[in-house]
Design a protein around this ligand. Sequence first.
Ligand SMILES: Cc1cc2nc3c(=O)[nH]c(=O)nc-3n(C[C@H](O)[C@H](O)[C@H](O)COP(=O)(O)OP(=O)(O)OC[C@H]3O[C@@H](n4cnc5c(N)ncnc54)[C@H](O)[C@@H]3O)c2cc1C
Length: 485
Amino acid sequence: MASCIDTLIIGSGFGGAVVAARLVEAGQKVTLLERGAWRETAALKDYPLTQRAPLPHGKYFASHLLREVSVGGRLAQRQVLNTNGLFDIHYDKGMTSICSSGVGGGSHVYLAMNTRPLLANYWDNRANGLSADNMEAHYQWILSRMGSRPAQESDNIVNLVPQRLGHHPALDTKIEQPALGFRFGHTYANNAFLGDANGHKVTLDSLLLAPLLTKGLTVYAQHECLTIHQQQTGYRVEVFDHSVQKYRFLLAKRVVIAAGTLNSLRLLFRSQALGGLAQMPALGKGFSGNGDVFAIWQAGTKDDDFRTGTPTLGRFKLRGLPDSPMLYALGINGIDQIPLLPAFLRRSAKSWLALVGMGNDEANGRVTWRNDELHIDYQQAKNPILAHIYHAFDLLSQHDKKRVWFLPQRAITVHPLGGARVGNHQQDSVINAKGQVHGHRHLYVSDGSALPAATGTPPSMTIAAWASHVSQHILSEMKNHETDI
Ligand SMILES: Cc1cc2nc3c(=O)[nH]c(=O)nc-3n(C[C@H](O)[C@H](O)[C@H](O)COP(=O)(O)OP(=O)(O)OC[C@H]3O[C@@H](n4cnc5c(N)ncnc54)[C@H](O)[C@@H]3O)c2cc1C
């Protein structure tokens, strides 16, 4: 590895891949560390990549489903099960949080919904110089790179919400449907949360990273960053190379943290605790679960098969419920990849819809660090959006006379956000409007942990837009030769 890296990015999801692409496409050399492997998908088959791992499909389901499970609170511990596993689960009394691992980050498991925040003024007045108007160009850039657009009737996709549920008297489906980062016109199956081996879902490994490997980007897959220590000239980064089971130390002038919300917080907390980084008084403040609530709706009859379709089938609101939250629907798409599932369950599940309710929670959770592990304090009672979504599920069930199962009092999120949020002052924020950690000019945060509030909609495009904005500042600092550290 190079003796002193110019820009080192940690993590390859929406926050990391976008910074890598923006810098390399502007002519810079970039090194990216990703703890997971490249995923074996059709979209990558022509690239000469080593360190590949399968998605948890078929015979790999049990072995490659989970990477690690961690627990907060008094029982704090963390167990890595398979470094090539797809998902991380962090269980905590207040909130259970799910994220993924592998080159391309969450783009493998996400439902390809490419949306803007619920509030048009989301970015206004968050920090000096930030505004919704300034961020607009970044949204347009990423949406255009992803080729995002809503599914249309002419795409011949069965089961889309407006077509399949449009007649339902309790549902308003005539709302703007989410744009999808999806290559339409192929098969529409096995493309959702277990990853899409056919490569029809647009993922960041094939869209942004692999094409840049010959143009200035170096990706070290299966390399997990453990700590960051500020030095006189840059940062010393401790890394564990899972492929050969060895520790390595890298020196970098500039570091961009993009390990996904919880893993970025873990890295910042651990580095702070070991004295590698200055104290960050607001670290862990402003944590949000984006109002996520999950349910299973016995929506169909035995003749329905919702497994076929795009990763999400669309969204709807409930008529007659003031300020109805948006509910996103998906078939249990991917169930075919689970071996040994009892036949009755496979038969029943094909006519079920999974529902995800989302909305603006208060982003008033607090993440802390004790016994070398994260602890999430998040109180449902202080986040009224959750009760509102539970109420929506109850109403749907009453109206429809079909079961809607959900787990009240058990907050689970696939959209953990905040904790290293952007702002002007270090008492209530960790990074400034350029993405720099207060007091560390060449240390940036570009992922979901940087977001100042819940987006209330799927957040990847907002994370990507933020990462693009941070890249612009890194490039302008480079241009101004501001390399004094
Ligand atoms: C099932 C599911 C469905 C979803 N659907 C949608 C959707 O439809 N639309 C949407 O907008 N969002 C969706 N999301 C959320 C979306 O995936 C995340 O918001 C997004 O991926 C977060 O981007 P990020 O860059 O912050 O982190 P990630 O995408 O999680 O990327 C972080 C990367 O860093 C790596 N990493 C972690 N720790 C280290 C370390 N110490 N060293 C090196 N690498 C490290 C991880 O392996 C990972 O690859 C979904 C999430 C899930 C789980």
